[in-house]
Design a protein around this ligand. Structure first.
Ligand code: PLP
Length: 389
């Protein structure tokens, strides 16, 4: 008789409780549905949590990255350096502003952008760097900020994976010129859809606020004219990228739980490491001692020389066992759209090689110990079944 399958375990999912739901219901009964007191409260809570002066909420993380590229002054003819091992949005935001993404290959140990590769890509057109804290592990921020200062570049950190992470005991979100967090449901805390930029720079802050609302201002000190109390001015082409109070209310409720969520993620990681670190066929995630990851993703790398099946077969076996593993990421420059823009396969060999061998195991705060054990048992069984010797 065949053993019944375990119930499906996704790679990530949100954790919504009754008080989160109540917070949203309260807003629905209030006067404001869109950008109002809940958005301001959410921005303040995020800024206070990170110890940063300003936070500007956006309708999603991608819009927030677009806003940051605008505030950084990225325009046609400019180049911005980012990693190929990321979600497309990290590079697309450069294209939105008419700039050209330049990729810098990753460090084979941390899988994060390699500062030495960044240096090689800088030229007179380079205006900014968008490093990504892949899986929640902080990039080498001291090196990257130094490179930026030496070359007069702006650093926009894509920390979609890294809220709650620290670098040399400083919170991610308080170090780069601007930092983006995403509140998509698979991320640490959610607003359904949502994103935010944090900064200590008042000029960036003002630009971000105006950009997310059509380029319109009502600030009397900024107006070039004034027809009366109704008067406002659209001073540049912005977008409607506002977060609603409905989303922000959920965010305010979720931020109070962030530390508990991260603690649970770390417990699961510890259980994964304890078993998987002893298995030669699998490489567990290396952690740089300068940073503390907030553990958005747990990515294993298969040692293909020690297995008779490849990543695709391993992936399919896990899905067959109802384990919703994923692959993060298909390198951005390999996407058909980027290939048409002239980026070539073979240009970022470390990222490309990594992509061929990685699998993201499930990791989310409501994952039970029983589910963790089931994932481990399944992975270990697969390794024993398919190892070369
Ligand atoms: C999720 C994510 C984004 C985009 O965030 P959205 O809120 O989904 O728009 C950008 N970069 C990375 C690395 C992400 O994981």
């Amino acid at each position: 008789m065949k053993t019944p399958k375990h119930r499906y375990i996704p790679y990530g999912r949100q954790f919504i409780e009754e008080d989160d739901i109540q917070a949203v219901v309260d807003v629905l009964k209030s006067d404001y549905l869109t950008t109002g007191p809940a958005v301001r409260n959410f921005e303040k809570k995020i800024a206070d949590y990170l110890g940063v002066k300003y936070a500007v909420a956006f309708s999603n993380g991608t819009a927030a990255l677009h806003g940051a590229c605008f505030a950084a002054g990225i325009k046609e003819g400019d180049e911005v350096i980012t990693t190929p091992m990321t979600f497309a949005a990290s590079a697309n935001c450069i294209l939105y502003q008419g700039g050209r993404p330049t990729f810098a290959d990753i460090d084979p140990k941390t899988y994060n952008i390699d500062p030495n590769e960044i240096r090689k890509k800088i030229n007179s057109k380079t205006k900014a760097i968008i490093p990504v804290d892949f899986t929640g592990q902080p990039v080498k921020l001291d090196e990257i900020m130094t490179i930026a200062h030496e070359n007069n570049l702006i650093v926009i950190e894509d920390a979609a994976h890294a809220i709650g992470a620290t670098y040399k005991n400083r919170k991610i979100g308080s170090i780069a010129d601007m930092t983006m967090f995403s509140f998509h449901p698979v991320k640490h805390i959610t607003t359904g859809e949502g994103g935010i930029i944090t900064t200590n720079n008042k000029i960036f802050y003002d630009k971000l606020l105006q950009f997310r609302s059509h380029g319109i201002t009502r600030d009397i000190s900024l107006l070039s004219d004034n027809h009366g109390p109704w008067y406002y001015e659209m001073q540049f082409l912005g977008y409607n990228y506002r977060m609603s109070d409905i989303q922000a209310a959920l965010g305010c409720s979720q931020i109070d739980k962030l530390n508990a969520f991260i603690t649970r993620r770390k417990e699961i990681v510890k259980q994964y490491n304890q078993v998987l670190e002893d298995i030669n066929e699998i490489q567990t995630p290396f952690q740089d001692s300068n940073g503390v990851s907030s553990w958005h993703l747990y990515v294993i790398k298969l040692n293909k020389d020690l297995l008779v099946i490849d990543r695709k077969q391993f992936f399919e076996e896990l899905h067959y066992a109802n384990i919703g593993v994923n692959v993060h990421y298909i390198p951005v420059h390999l996407q058909p759209y980027y290939q048409k823009l002239g980026y070539n396969r073979g240009d970022y060999p470390i990222a490309e090689d990594l992509y061929e061998n990685i699998i993201t195991l499930p990791l989310f705060p409501t994952m039970t110990n029983e589910e963790v054990r089931y994932v481990l048992e399944t992975v270990v069984n697969l390794v024993n079944k398919y190892k070369t010797r």
